[in-house]
Design a protein around this ligand. Structure first.
Ligand code: FRU
Length: 490
């Protein structure tokens, strides 16, 4: 039995041991064991496909496989058998990559073959090359000509060990791939390759480079054109904090600019954080047939990746898929519109006069979609708070300072059992005397969208008991609120 057959057999039996009530309601979690980066996020033959970095055998990172789900609407996902496992001599792990439908109706995956060897009397050897697998939406066969890109295709001085995470797309009748690499200056660079048939690839140029400005190695690049701009999204490792935009450690940044067609001269205009939360990494986008650009990411941080709940049979989730647009040179993100189909049990308050700390009848829950508009005109309110996933002792706090235009998210009292980052701040714009929030709660996570998606904040809440489902609103001076709350039921 090879590794793929073994994984398929294992997940088939062990996924049944996890009851639906112990999983998120509408966020993707691994069939069994561990999940990291979203991979191969694509539309193929009428279905949305989402693969992921997968180690079925434990709730921690291990030999990398590709797990697989399909969906009609980004919200309900159907399990598919594992798609890739490291079964060839050129790989000891199938690392991140992407997928696309070919002209002749095949699902083409490009992924990184990561190879590690203990060489006798020599240093530990690591090599990363790019490989192709072709499939029908269920079964994938690795291409005989693998690897299709090796260290021979790198610019001089680039690391042979850090060359990974290809993102492919089609433009002007050609295939392109942007791939993360470590440049001679020991910082990230994004390399552009092209191909006529998706199998044989040529090096084109350095599309963008870190030059030791935004972290060190750059991982999981993406490139797309949207609303008249060209956008690079990438996950830099080991960044220094740059307040208030970037936190220390691994971030995901968007570089919005322009880029000529065919010659790919990318010019930076604006650089921003994609998500200000504790748990967001390795974002990947796809394009829907209706033209929507949709992004999902691993809702986890590497820094807290050993903080699995005790006795868990699965660990790590994806964020809600988000529709992207570009406004004023910035990325705007909102949950996919399909989520609204699953809204039930509407509760509405219009112009509610909030005084001090209050709990509103019917506003509670741990699988919910809540819209809150704070109307600050004619109010002296300077601080507005939401306390989520709360009981008598526990809560996760979202504090909005209307003077400094800063939002602070604090999970110190959320019942944590691990020593992880508890507090993070980000800037928002208070325009037109209103601040709008959309909060998605889903058992083990909270995602927050501010002012129709100008800022997003993602976090996991594995340690907060499910019984903590109360929600409180608070303000220092009376203020008017509109609140609309739905349960999300699948
Ligand atoms: C990012 C990453 C990728 C790599 C994968 C391995 O989280 O480190 O660069 O392909 O995870 O699982």
């Amino acid at each position: 039995m090879n590794r793929l057959e073994r994984a398929r057999e294992y997940e088939q039996t062990h996924k049944e041991e996890i009851s639906e009530k112990d999983r998120p309601v509408y966020h993707v979690s691994p069939a069994t064991g561990w999940m990291n980066d979203p991979n191969g996020f694509s539309f193929y033959q009428g279905k949305i496909h989402l693969f992921y970095q997968y180690y079925p055998y434990a709730t921690k990172w291990g030999t990398m496989h590709w797990g697989h789900y399909v969906s009609d609407d980004f919200i309900r996902w159907a399990f598919m058998p594992a798609a890739l496992a490291p079964d060839e001599e050129y790989e000891s792990g199938c690392y991140s990559g992407s997928a696309i439908e070919t002209e002749d109706g095949k699902h083409l995956i490009m992924y990184t073959a990561h190879l590690e060897k203990e060489a006798e009397a020599a240093p530990h050897m690591i090599r990363e090359t790019q490989c192709i697998a072709l499939g029908d939406g269920r079964d994938y066969v690795k291409y005989k000509g693998n690897p299709v890109l090796t260290s021979a295709d790198l610019p001089e001085g680039s690391s042979k060990a850090d060359f990974r995470d290809p993102k492919i797309w089609r433009e002007n009748g050609k295939y392109y791939a942007v791939i993360a690499s470590m440049a001679a200056d020991q910082s990230g660079q994004l390399l552009l390759y092209s191909s006529d048939d998706g199998l044989s690839w040529q090096y084109e140029k350095v599309l963008e480079a870190c030059r030791n400005e935004y972290g060190e190695m750059w991982e999981c690049p993406d490139f797309f054109r949207l609303d008249g701009k060209a956008v690079v999204i990438v996950s830099p490792m080991h960044m220094r904090e740059k307040k208030p935009e970037f936190h220390s450690g691994h971030n995901v940044i968007a570089i919005v600019g322009s880029c000529s067609e065919r010659t790919f001269d990318f010019v930076r205009e604006n650089i921003q954080n994609v998500d200000y939360g504790f748990d967001f990494y390795a974002a990947q986008t796809m394009e829907m047939p209706d033209g929507r650009r949709v992004m999902t990411a691993w809702m986890q941080s590497w820094a807290a990746s050993n903080c699995q709940p005790l006795h868990a049979k699965w660990f790590c989730m994806m964020t809600i898929p988000r529709e992207l647009s570009v406004r004023n040179g910035r990325i705007i993100q909102n949950p996919v519109r399909e989520l609204k189909k699953y809204r039930k049990n509407k509760v509405v308050y219009k112009g509610y006069n909030l005084v001090g700390t209050e709990e509103l009848d019917g506003i509670c829950g741990r699988s919910a979609d809540i819209e809150v508009t704070v109307r600050t005109e004619a109010s002296e309110c300077t601080e507005f708070k939401m306390l989520l996933a709360a009981d008598d002792n526990i809560c996760t706090e979202i504090l909005c300072n209307l003077e400094s235009e800063m939002i602070t998210v604090d999970r110190s009292c959320s019942g944590l059992r691990h020593d992880i980052v508890r507090r993070r701040q980000f800037k928002f714009n208070k325009a037109d005397d209103i601040v709008k929030f959309r909060v998605l709660l889903d058992r083990f996570s909270v995602e927050l969208f501010v002012n129709d998606g100008e800022q997003a904040f993602s976090m996991c809440l594995y340690d907060t008991p499910q019984s903590a489902e109360r929600i409180f609103f608070a303000s220092d001076k009376p203020v008017k609120l509109d609140v609309e709350k739905y349960d999300i039921c699948i």
